[in-house]
Design a protein around this ligand. Structure first.
Ligand SMILES: Cc1ncc(C[n+]2csc(CCOP(=O)(O)OP(=O)(O)O)c2C)c(N)n1
Ligand SMILES: [Mg+2]
Length: 454
């Protein structure tokens, strides 16, 4: 029996959000493709970019940007997903089309998100795995300082979009265990979304033990939300034999699960029941499902379910920090999905043409935006207008003091350090702004004092 179409796409996820999601995936993949396979490249070496890392973050970012982000919020990105940020910024009218073909080109889009060198709004520069996860903690601290000392400054959320391998870094655990961080979350300022694709650089992590990680956040006083399965799988779990199917997937190793992502329906029917006592019930259950639905079901994880993500963002508490564990597939919807070696892999030109067909776009006009008079185009315009709104910024913004009275004497004239008065010494600049107007390409330090809210 085929699954009803409603189950193949979450009924509460608006169709327009799914259309934006597909375009974001296409644009992020095309930015990397163009840099490596279209732009002249005399050396023939890989230019760079990570299509699989991008793909696992697309649903998380689509639901965040187009449903929940507010102008006063700031986001720190998993470094390898920077093309997704540029794709979103492009759809929001914050990035000129001419930049989409410049990833890692001189003066073009940077390898990793850069506040000072990228031409579009980037809240935090990231690149070193783990640093981006914790940077917003300092942003939140800086905002508190500015609020308490100057009586100004926004109170928005600081989102960290974290790769699961970033949780290998010691700095992350120093931060989580620090009681001051749990206190910082009292106003709901800190939200981490962990892209749990169970893959790092070059392998499927065999025992990532997500529940243990979730328990560690909970023990440190965080609200923990786990988005494990999508609606399609949840519907199957509710049918006869569903309990056995859930137990089977819950208990299987990460490498075995990842292998199933690359199986045909026929192979799935053979492998999924397994050798356990629930095997016969699972075989009967999946015998009722048509091939495309079975293939879709096995990869239907919560981190790709727009409705589940939407509900998770809506349930963030404003009394403590929050960690959302979003189970995802690295390379989701790409031909390399779930492959243990997909971290640096690149789609071929033929695969990109096929992907364009699946995602409803034209490979010969790769930078096509969404029609302005379509529902998706209107949602992009409305989101852009909302995020640019200056309501939270005091007008005129107060000028920050040049010296906040805490500069250690020994560092004042130290060569190479930012002077008091440079952008980095102003706590209020932490997290930056969404206009992008103050950035100086290629220049790390901006010498004019920044004004609050920029
Ligand atoms: C401090 C540091 N150590 C190691 C690396 C090398 N490195 C690049 S990508 C990567 C793994 C990224 O995995 P994850 O964060 O899970 O993101 P994914 O690509 O799976 O989405 C590592 C370890 C790095 N960039 N920075
Ligand atoms: Mg990973």
């Amino acid at each position: 029996m085929p699954l009803p179409p409603a189950l193949c796409r979450s009924p509460t996820a608006p169709r327009v959000l799914a259309e934006i999601e597909s375009r974001v995936l296409w644009l992020a993949s095309a930015i990397v493709h163009h840099a490596n396979r279209v732009r002249p490249n005399p050396s023939g070496l890989k230019v760079g970019g990570h299509q699989a890392s991008c793909a696992s973050m697309v649903s998380i970012m689509t639901a965040l940007w187009f449903r929940h982000l507010r102008p006063q919020d700031r986001v720190s990105m998993k470094p390898h997903a920077s093309p997704v940020l540029h794709a979103v910024n492009y759809l929001l009218g914050e990035l000129d089309e001419s930049y989409l073909s410049t990833l890692r080109d001189f003066g073009g889009l940077q390898s990793y998100p850069s506040r000072s060198k990228d031409p579009d709004p980037v809240d935090y520069s990231t690149g070193s795995v783990g640093i981006g996860a914790t940077a917003p903690i300092w942003g939140a601290l800086a905002r508190r300082y500015v609020r308490e000392k100057i009586g100004a400054g926004a109170t928005g959320r600081q989102y960290s979009l974290v790769g699961d391998a970033e949780l290998d870094e010691g700095a992350v655990w120093e931060a989580i265990l620090d009681p001051a961080v749990a206190e910082l979350g009292e106003l709901g300022e800190l939200v981490w979304i962990i892209d749990l694709n169970r893959q790092s650089l070059d392998r499927v992590v065999p025992n990532i033990a997500a529940e243990r990680l979730e328990g560690m956040f909970a023990a440190a006083g965080w609200q923990v939300i786990a988005l494990k399965y999508g609606q399609l799988l949840e519907e199957l779990f509710a049918r006869p034999g569903g309990d056995a199917l859930r137990a089977r997937i819950d208990e299987m190793s990460n490498p075995e699960y990842q292998r199933l992502l690359r199986c045909t329906a026929e192979q799935l029917r053979e492998r999924l029941p397994g050798d356990g006592p629930g095997g016969a019930a699972i075989a009967r259950l999946i015998a009722e499902i048509d091939d495309p639905s079975l293939v879709a079901a096995i990869r239907n994880l919560g981190g790709h379910d727009l409705a589940a993500l939407d509900a998770a963002y809506a349930s963030i508490e404003d009394t403590r920090p929050t960690a959302i564990f979003a189970y995802t597939v690295k390379g989701y919807r790409l031909p390399v999905q779930g492959h243990p070696q997909n971290h640096s892999s690149l789609l071929t030109t033929d695969q990109m043409r096929e992907l364009a067909g699946e995602l409803g776009t034209d490979p010969d006009h790769p930078w096509q935006g969404l029609e302005t008079d379509s529902a998706a185009g209107r949602l992009c315009a409305a989101t852009a207008a909302k995020l640019r709104r200056a309501a939270e910024i005091p007008q005129p913004p107060p000028t920050l003091p040049v010296d906040i009275g805490r500069t250690p004497a020994g560092t004042r004239d130290h060569p190479g350090r930012p002077r008091p008065g440079s952008a980095r010494s102003h706590p209020a600049s932490a997290g930056g702004g969404r206009s992008g107007g103050h950035r100086q390409p290629g220049c790390e330090f901006v010498d004019e004092p920044r004004r609050l809210g920029e």
